[in-house]
Design a protein around this ligand. Sequence first.
Ligand code: NAI
Length: 482
Amino acid sequence: VDNRQDFKVADLSLADFGRKEITLAEHEMPGLMSIRKEYAEAQPLAGARVTGSLHMTVQTAVLIETLAALGAEVRWASCNIFSTQDHAAAAIAVGPNGTPDNPQGIPVFAWKGETLEEYWWCTEQALTWPNTPTGGPNMILDDGGDATMLVHNGVQYEKDGKVPSVDTAENDEHRVILELLNRTISGGSQKWTQLASEIRGVTEETTTGVHRLYEMHRDGTLLFPAINVNDAVTKSKFDNKYGCRHSLIDGINRATDVLIGGKTAVVCGYGDVGKGCAESLRGQGARVIITEIDPICALQAAMDGYQVTTLDEVVDKADIFVTTTGNKDIIMAADMAKMKHQAIVGNIGHFDNEIDMAGLAQIPGIVKDEVKPQVHTWTFPDGKVLIVLSEGRLLNLGNATGHPSFVMSNSFADQTLAQIELFTKPEEYPTDVYVLPKHLDEKVARLHLDALGVKLTTLRPEQASYIGVEVDGPYKSDHYRY
Ligand code: NAI
């Protein structure tokens, strides 16, 4: 790990490879590239200090350099211990004009295979801005809400006048967070309170992070406005669905190379991510079974032609299990004990609490062995083996390279426009959780049509007035569900 300067990445010599892949990705990200052109002169993010906590991939590199091209200063960490692509991180640290011996890029703190201590240290570095009034950012770009949570916890404990002792930690990760806050908050210091005071807002990438924001808003603890980027139509109905349709099987293939056709695969959850996952497994010829708790999504799955049943019914029959719920305790140790020899278990939801890894490790006599990084076998006392991907963390980013550029161009164009909204119009966004205005959502879709050769029909004025919209949109009411 290289920490010669204000960054920390695995290997700067990977920068050239990273830069080549970034250049290829730029062509596949027309949304971001046309936003760069559109705002090149206006520089709407001049003065913005953006702390990003989002998977440090090639696609994210194009996002980071877009924010910079719009005038922002940026500091970055990944939002998962396994998701960094080391060549992308190196290219960001080196920058387009630097060399590994003379890095001139953007401060990035991320490498593949961080420990939990390292992960939270990286998040802290991304939030720490040398030579600024409050020592912090004035914007956050978050994925899963870890950076936002750290700031909120810091402020809360400073208000309380004390940080809970590490002995009260609920699990390993919580212990690491409490250690960090105990270290940074001492004797009435107001570091986090000061830091939060300058933050104009956060734009949040994913379903799970958005849940956290609405909870804080409901509890009256949200400290600054937030844009829920996830629920832009051009995000959740594309990235979560078509992105996972691509990257789920990519992860399973790279991890195991098992033939998916003919196998029985269980997908837990049939939301946006579940829909994409189910389709990708079916596309490979798997027999796909869905579990759901929501009658609407269960009915959708049934009408899409999937069997819908409980995990209990199929746990001893299926070959591949994927959790997509954003909920906890979906596949428990007792379930895994019933699975077939060499069943594959993986999660694509944001956090690692969908699969009971702690319970699995506690089964008496069980033996864990590493096949290769992020692929482990767990051998039960009777000789049965399970294959667990990415230790229960999101497998598409742990075992493969996440979603491809074109779909991320939509999500990250939403992110960029959301950053511009919150940074340039603070008076229009008092503290609350917002979704991106629909005209911007439609704009992002529009930016991706040419590349696919899509010819859009133009409304005639009489038609527009007949259905009650403007010729230039927005074309749907806010309650329309797509
Ligand atoms: P969603 O809310 O659309 O779907 C989740 C579904 O799981 C819902 O339909 C819900 O009814 C169902 N569910 C909840 N508890 C369940 C249970 N006990 N058993 C069966 N089903 C259950 O959320 P979305 O957008 O599909 O996201 C799911 C997760 O994936 C989130 O954690 C999100 O942050 C994450 N995500 C991961 C991505 C990746 O690249 N790995 C990309 C996008 C989202």
